[in-house]
Structure formats: structure tokens, C-alpha cells
Design a protein around this ligand. Structure first.
Ligand code: NAP
Ligand code: ZN
Length: 353
């Protein structure tokens, strides 16, 4: 085992602060990674503040971060696919049981023995729970390490590991979006990746935002149209017209307003994970045979496919690169929907601590 610098929260009300954590020594199929960039996902904030306590309570100290890009510094003796010096990614998953029917179907995110990158019981016993990417290093089984295309900016690659796959996967699953009217609700970290993928899949892309100030950016990112969702007239004009809507909102909201925007047989997929359950009107679904569903990140195979797609299409996240010392302020800005469009922590800043 070795010690690594990290930023952790000591309780739901504590700010993130410098800490020293244990990592296991790389053995067998382990890859040790020096972390270069880590994105800040709204899930980090939900977890640090124990906002998902009813479903996934947080164990403290909590080291968040599941949008990791880094350089391989060591490999265990059985590692087949990576060498020291390789640039790699790690997303929300670091382990599973590998051979259940779910894992064999490349859906490790739903395996009952899946280990998430932070706040999951640590199967290796290095610490009570797994510790994520707000750290100088991490050790991960090679089966959960991704290859990063060489042509992309690394600060902008990090968010692909969660925001990227979380938006790519449900759109791929829905089917061919070519010429379909696709709504992206909420222009934050997930939403702006949703816009880029929907554009790359040749959909007619419409952003539904509460922030009039994001209108120009939405068009620049690839939207064909923008609806200010707080304006009832604009919402009414588009009622009944969407084939597919991806809802990325992180806070409580009225999902029925968006179900009303779907056409017959339209689908709304939730990826946003607000804390509280919300009411769904049966009539909003019955009239038009509409459906509502959810989606959770993506499996490892699909995550690699997404990264390769981004390499081919030159897609990265639009990031504001920050030092780790600005992480608490970044959380406050997330709560104000003030992010353009993902914070990416330059982990070199941890050396100063
Ligand atoms: P984010 O960057 O903070 O973006 C969320 C966006 O939602 C905001 O920018 C804002 O967009 C909109 N919004 C916020 N509060 C709102 C409100 N009260 N009413 C209406 N719109 C509101 O967050 P993120 O990192 O993209 O994550 C979004 C959600 O997805 C979080 O709940 C996160 O935990 C979840 N998530 C789920 C998965 C999964 O696998 N399903 C993976 C990652 C994250 P506008 O300013 O455009 O309105
Ligand atoms: Zn995330």
C-alpha cells in the first residue's frame, strides 16, 4: 500500500480539503495511474452532501471524482493491455464480478457486485470504501481502464468518462436519431455532451434551458433551436412534437411539462438524478402512448466505443480548467447552473499542497 494526496469531505456539511489516503500496491491485473485531470460531475456534489442518503448513503471521508484521465505509472505482472506511459481513462466503475449474465452482456453498471469509483465498499480492503479521482493517483483493474484516443485535449476528455457515456448510451439505445426531433433538457455537464452527440447522430437538436444566457452557447454547441423552458408560450409552440427527450436536470422539477412535449410513441429518458421522487401524470403518458425511462452511465465496452467515436469525430467536453483548491467554489457555481460546461480539475495543482 502507499499513501496518496487527495481532496476529501469529512461530513455532509464539510468542505473538500486536503487529505492523505491509502491506495493498494498494483498487483495482478492492476494498473496504477497518475491522475492528470478529473471532471466535476453533479453526482460528486450529490454524494459529498449525502443528498442520495435514501438510496446510496455516503461514507466519510468521501473522495469524489469519476471522470479521470491520467498516465499509467505502473502495471501489475498480469496486465495485458496497458504499459507504463499510456494515457488512459477511468469512469464511474472500477470493478464488478466479471462473469454474471449481466457482465457477460456488457452491462457491468447493473451488476449486483459492481464497485463504483467512489463510495462503494472496497473489495480489496484498502479502505472502507473506494476513493475517487480528486487525488494524485488511483489503482484500477485493467478491465475497467479505457484507452484514450491520441488526438483529443485531455482536460476535455475527462468529462467523457461520465457525462459523455451517460448521454451517448441512451441515445444509441433509442435508435437512429437521424432527422428526429431530440430535446436536451438542462445545459450543464451532461446536457452539453447530449447536444454534441445528438448533433453527431444527425438529430434535429433542441435545447430546453432555464437560462436565457445560454442560448448562444447552445447554438454554438450544435443545437438547431433553443426553448426557454420558463416561457409557457415557447413551450406550448413545441407541444407534442419531440421524438426523444433526454432530461439531465439535477434538481426537483415538473417532468410532466416535458412529457407534454413528446409526440405519439415519444420517449423521455431521465439521466438526471434529483434527490426526491416526483409525480408523473398518467394522462401525460396515456394520451400519445408515451414512455418514460431511465439510464445509468454505460458498460465498459460501450464507454470505449464512445471514446473511439469522440476520437473519430473530434468531440470533447467544453471545460473550465480549475485547480483543486477551487473545487468548493465550483460546487457552489454548479448549484447556480453556472458552469460552461464542465469543471475539469488540473490535478498538477495538488502538488502544491
Ligand atoms: P450540471 O452540470 O449541474 O447541470 C444540470 C443542469 O440542469 C443545469 O445546468 C441547469 O441547466 C439545469 N437545472 C439545474 N437546476 C434546475 C432546476 N431547478 N430546474 C430546471 N433546470 C435545472 O449537472 P450534471 O453534472 O450535468 O448532472 C445532471 C444530473 O445528472 C445530476 O443529478 C447528476 O447526478 C446526474 N447524473 C446521472 C448519471 C446517470 O448515469 N444517470 C450520470 C451522471 C450524472 P439550464 O441552466 O440549462 O436550465
Ligand atoms: Zn458523473
Amino acid at each position: 500500500m502507499f499513501k496518496a494526496k487527495a481532496y476529501s469531505a469529512a461530513s455532509a456539511t464539510s468542505p473538500l480539503a486536503i487529505d492523505s489516503i491509502q491506495r493498494r500496491a498494483a498487483s495482478g491485473r492492476d494498473v496504477q495511474i497518475e491522475i492528470l485531470f478529473c471532471g466535476i460531475c453533479h453526482s460528486d456534489l450529490h454524494t459529498v452532501r449525502n443528498e442520495w442518503s435514501s438510496v446510496m448513503p455516503t461514507t466519510y471521508p468521501c473522495v469524489p471524482g469519476h471522470e479521470i484521465v491520467g498516465r499509467v505509472s505502473k502495471v501489475g505482472s498480469d496486465v495485458k493491455n496497458f504499459n507504463a506511459g499510456d494515457i488512459v481513462g477511468v469512469g464511474c466503475l472500477v470493478d464488478s464480478d466479471h462473469d454474471c449474465p449481466i457482465c457477460n452482456n456488457n452491462l457491468e453498471q447493473f451488476c449486483s457486485n459492481a464497485s463504483f469509483t467512489y463510495n462503494s465498499p472496497d473489495k480489496h480492503g484498502t479502505a472502507p470504501v473506494t476513493y475517487g479521482g480528486y487525488s494524485e493517483s488511483i489503482v484500477v483493474d485493467e478491465r475497467f481502464v479505457l484507452k484514450v484516443p491520441g488526438n483529443l485535449d485531455l482536460a476535455g476528455v475527462a468529462p467523457l468518462l461520465c457525462a459523455g457515456i451517460t448521454t451517448y448510451s441512451p441515445m444509441r439505445r433509442w435508435g437512429d436519431l437521424k432527422g428526429k426531433k431530440v430535446g436536451i433538457v438542462g445545459l450543464g455537464g451532461l446536457g452539453h455532451m447530449g447536444v454534441k452527440f445528438a448533433r453527431a447522430f444527425n438529430g434535429h437538436v433542441v435545447v430546453l434551458t432555464t437560462s436565457p444566457g445560454k442560448q448562444e452557447d447552445a447554438l454554438r454547441l450544435g443545437a438547431d433551436e433553443v426553448i426557454i423552458s420558463t416561457n409557457p408560450d415557447e413551450m406550448k409552440q413545441h407541444a407534442g412534437s419531440f421524438d426523444f427527450i433526454l432530461d439531465t436536470i439535477s434538481a426537483d422539477h415538473d417532468v410532466n411539462a416535458y412529457l407534454n412535449m413528446l409526440c405519439i410513441d415519444g420517449n423521455l429518458t431521465l439521466v438526471g438524478a434529483p434527490e426526491k421522487p416526483f409525480p408523473v401524470s398518467a394522462f401525460a403518458l396515456l394520451f400519445g402512448r408515451k414512455s418514460i425511462s431511465g439510464s445509468l452511465i454505460g458498460g465498459i465496452k460501450e464507454t470505449q466505443e464512445m471514446l473511439d467515436f469522440c476520437g473519430e469525430h473530434n468531440i470533447t467536453s467544453d471545460v473550465e480548467v480549475i485547480p483543486i483548491q477551487a473545487a468548493n467554489e465550483a460546487y457552489e457555481r454548479l448549484l447556480k447552473s453556472d458552469v460552461k460546461y464542465r469543471f475539469s480539475i488540473d490535478m498538477a495543482s495538488l502538488k502544491a499542497e
